[in-house]
Design a protein around this ligand. Structure first.
Ligand SMILES: *Cc1c(COP(=O)(O)O)cnc(C)c1O
Length: 366
């Protein structure tokens, strides 16, 4: 029986990638060493790093005037690193704007309050984060240091289906986006953003690696208190080698990038992700046995929270799913119910198996 892992993160990786990593575990390409045992400044690892950087830039279509940084600390550390690097563009105390669309953007804006003024320009908290606030409702500041959004809320299951244009109202403030849980799942026009960041463990690779894509003119404004290892300019000037980078996580991410290129790239993955999400949402919309609370214009293609109408059946649903090889479907504790995360590495067959199980469970219990 095939196993399908719906974990929100750390999450499923492509089988082929894990098989290759297993085959190369003890001896990477005849070097006699595991990648974990190599100097990060040796020629073997330098070639792994260069390939991963090159392949990510190609897949994500990163323009030449953007730096790609491989950091540590995850998106939660970046929540502090962002104000520490960007508030210095304005006189202190500076203001930044945040759009609150769910658990992760709430966390981001709370952290930013430690470093400056935060204007929550829009929030869907009153409607329990069931949709992205309409762009016309945003009350942006006139001259914020930056505007922060989370383009896919992993816990709440909402995703931007548009790219907000903020230039005119904000004196050209850079748009900063947490893309942790859908980076490389869809085509993105990087030039519309000042900074894009994300932890790798949702849609790219193992935990421990953080990706930051930053426009060059935004470098060099870090506040004096910013730790050197978190200063984007220092990291960029040292080609992500100011401190020891998370070498094994970079290696696995590099294998995932090669796998994505073999699949045909991000545009091909996006079409597959649209098809996978449609299969699940269409079924949820067709029955009263299960429910989704997310507005149809804001539904995430990556993270699909859903509920059984009779929540007393939750445990039986999860136990049956596990017997059928469908793992980690329990919803986040703050939302409850179920959540199916269907990242790039989840094949269509996995979503088909999930929907088939949901139909069967409904037939037995309705
Ligand atoms: C998982 C996640 C985070 C937190 O990432 P850490 O690696 O734990 O710091 C932040 N934002 C989003 C959108 C996430 O999915």
């Amino acid at each position: 029986m095939p196993i399908y892992n719906f974990s929100a993160g750390p999450a499923v990786l492509p089988q082929e990638v894990l098989q290759q990593a297993a085959a190369e575990m003890l001896d990477w390409e005849g070097s006699g060493m595991s990648v974990m045992e190599m100097s990060h400044r040796g020629k073997e690892f330098m070639s792994i790093l260069a390939a991963a950087q090159h392949d990510f830039r190609e897949l994500f279509a990163v323009p030449a005037n953007y730096k790609l940084l491989f950091m540590q600390g995850g998106a939660i550390a970046e929540n502090a690193i962002i104000p520490l690097n960007l508030l210095g563009r304005k006189s202190q105390p500076a203001t930044s704007d945040y759009i609150n669309t769910g658990s992760w953007s709430t966390k981001s804006l709370k952290e930013a309050r430690r470093y400056g003024n935060v204007n929550v320009a829009a929030s869907s908290e009153d409607s329990h984060f069931a949709q992205i606030p309409e762009r016309d409702s945003w009350q942006l500041s006139k001259d914020p240091a930056y505007v922060h959004i989370c383009t896919n809320e992993t816990i709440d299951g909402v995703e931007y289906q548009f790219t907000p244009d903020i230039a005119a109202e904000t004196n050209d403030a850079p748009l900063v986006a947490d893309m942790s849980s859908h980076i490389l799942s869809r085509v993105v026009d990087v030039s519309k953003y000042g900074v894009i960041y994300g932890g790798a463990q949702k849609n790219i690779g193992p935990a421990g690696l953080t990706l930051v894509v930053v426009r060059e003119d935004l470098l060099g404004y870090a506040l004096p208190a910013c730790p050197s290892a978190f200063n984007w300019k220092i990291v960029a000037d040292n080609d992500s080698m100011y401190n020891t980078p998370p070498t094994y996580a970079i290696y696995i991410a590099g294998l995932v990038f090669q796998w994505l290129k073999k699949q045909g790239g991000v545009a091909v993955m996006e079409q597959r992700n649209i098809a996978k999400a449609a299969l699940l949402y269409d079924y949820l919309d067709s029955t009263d046995f299960y429910r989704t609370k997310i507005a149809s214009n804001s539904r995430s293609r990556m993270n699909v929270p859903f509920f059984l109408a009779d929540e007393a059946l939750n445990e039986a649903f999860l136990a049956g799913a596990k017997e059928n090889g469908l793992l980690q479907l329990k919803g986040h504790k703050s939302v409850g119910g179920m959540r199916a995360s269907i990242y790039n590495a989840m094949p269509l067959a996995g979503v088909q198996a999930l929907v088939a199980y949901m139909k069967e469970f409904e037939k037995q219990r309705a």
